[in-house]
Ligand binder design. Structure first.
Ligand SMILES: [Zn+2]
Ligand SMILES: [Zn+2]
Length: 136
């Protein structure tokens, strides 16, 4: 599968049996339809986050779905500090580098639970910020 942002190759990672497609070039992440729900369903208090999804506006150019090549729709997630991501209604969601972390951080804030998403955030930090991994 090709990265919708930079046309790099997406690498499939697995986190708790959920497949995450990661672009090693630009650091973006593709989640198939339902995978975000699967990830969130394991995190206490994150269900409400999905309810905050609504059509959003983004300044970025329109991305194309890596599966069907149709233009994706801007979708905002979160209440306090919404993150705008690209969504193919049929196939899934595209998160630019750092956006997935923001979504899960927002989930923590919205639900007033600090520890729920820490495991996932730790993995995301490790995978998506390798250049800072060895910095104390
Ligand atoms: Zn990319
Ligand atoms: Zn699609």
């Amino acid at each position: 599968m090709k990265c919708p942002a930079c046309r790099g190759t997406l690498i499939t990672l697995e986190f708790n049996a959920v497949e995450i497609d990661h672009c090693g070039t630009c650091g973006g992440v593709w989640l198939d339809s339902g995978e975000l729900e699967s990830l969130l369903s394991r995190e206490e208090g994150s269900d409400s986050l999905l309810a905050t999804m609504r059509p959003g506006r983004g300044k970025e150019w329109k991305r194309r779905c890596p599966i069907c090549s149709k233009g994706m729709k801007k979708t905002s997630i979160g209440n306090a500090a919404p993150v705008v991501v690209d969504r193919c209604v049929e196939h899934g969601l595209w998160f630019d580098r750092g956006e997935l972390n923001k979504v899960f951080s927002a989930g923590c804030v919205d639900s007033h639970r600090g520890a729920g998403t820490s495991g996932l955030l730790a993995i995301l930090d490790e995978v998506f910020a390798p250049e800072t991994k060895d910095t104390p």
